[in-house]
Design a protein around this ligand. Structure first.
Ligand SMILES: [Fe+2]
Length: 247
């Protein structure tokens, strides 16, 4: 039987064009394993309406001990492939710095890769906040860097104690929330907290935190939801993704 009433799925785009958090460099962390996958993921980014990404591979003690020297060749490989394909995609090189001894040593030695305009993406440990977090955020700013906290909604110890969001944000720490969190991908506390951060105007950046094709497809589905429309309406005038990096 014909189903004339079956709703045709329309593909929707993001309301911004810069992704500030993704793991698309080939072979440097547990994101894209190789160049072919990186190109597939970049095509998904184009489908979402993204034409500028900041590559934020993990820098973490023991697991992904990346440095500028390990990340630069992967960045060049991907940029060359993008140029060869004629793809409309700018790729800036930075990283997602887990707050641990390994990253802090690089920060101390000025061996980091900041975003354009000296923003830096920092990731908290998932078990607990480090001792001296407020002092560290102050020191980072004294170095002329603006800290962006990666996915604050995913740290359950903050989600259960929301006054920390207020304190950190008031102290100049910007917040990048994952689109995936709004879908429930990281559980109900992260989803509720993302919503709370949205309603309290604490969202400065959105990011895909894309590691693989599944992440891309979940986000693409989310873009045709009512929840995404509400999110876009709320953030369209305040989100910094497209405005922070105009050098
Ligand atoms: Fe990440």
């Amino acid at each position: 039987m014909f189903n004339f009433f079956k709703k045709k799925k329309t593909s929707c785009s993001l309301f911004y064009h810069t992704d500030v958090h993704c793991h698309l460099l080939p072979g440097v962390d547990h994101g894209s394993p190789d160049l072919d996958t990186s190109m597939l993921l970049l095509n998904k980014q184009r489908e979402m309406g993204i034409n500028h990404i900041i590559a934020t591979s993990h820098v973490t003690k023991s697991t992904f001990e990346n440095t500028p020297d390990t990340l630069r060749p992967a960045h060049k490989l991907l940029c060359d492939a993008v140029a060869a394909e004629g793809m409309d995609m700018k790729i800036d090189l930075s990283a997602e710095y887990r707050i641990d001894e390994f990253s802090l040593a690089q920060l101390k030695d000025n061996r980091i890769l900041p975003f354009p305009n000296n923003y830096i993406l920092l990731e908290n440990p998932f078990q607990q906040e480090i001792m001296g977090m407020d002092e560290l955020m102050f020191d980072v700013q004294l170095k002329g860097l603006t800290p962006i906290l990666a996915h604050p909604e995913r740290y359950n110890y903050y989600g259960r104690k929301k006054d920390r969001y207020t304190k950190l944000h008031d102290a100049g720490v910007l917040f990048q929330i994952n689109l995936l969190s709004f879908t429930g991908y990281f559980g109900s506390l992260a989803k509720d907290t993302a919503q709370w951060l949205l309603e309290n105007d604490y969202i400065d950046f959105l990011g895909s935190d894309m590691h693989n094709i599944d992440h891309a497809d979940i986000i693409l589905d989310f873009l045709s939801s009512k929840e995404y429309r509400r999110l876009a309406d709320r953030l369209s005038s305040r989100l910094m993704n497209d405005t922070a990096f105009n050098v």
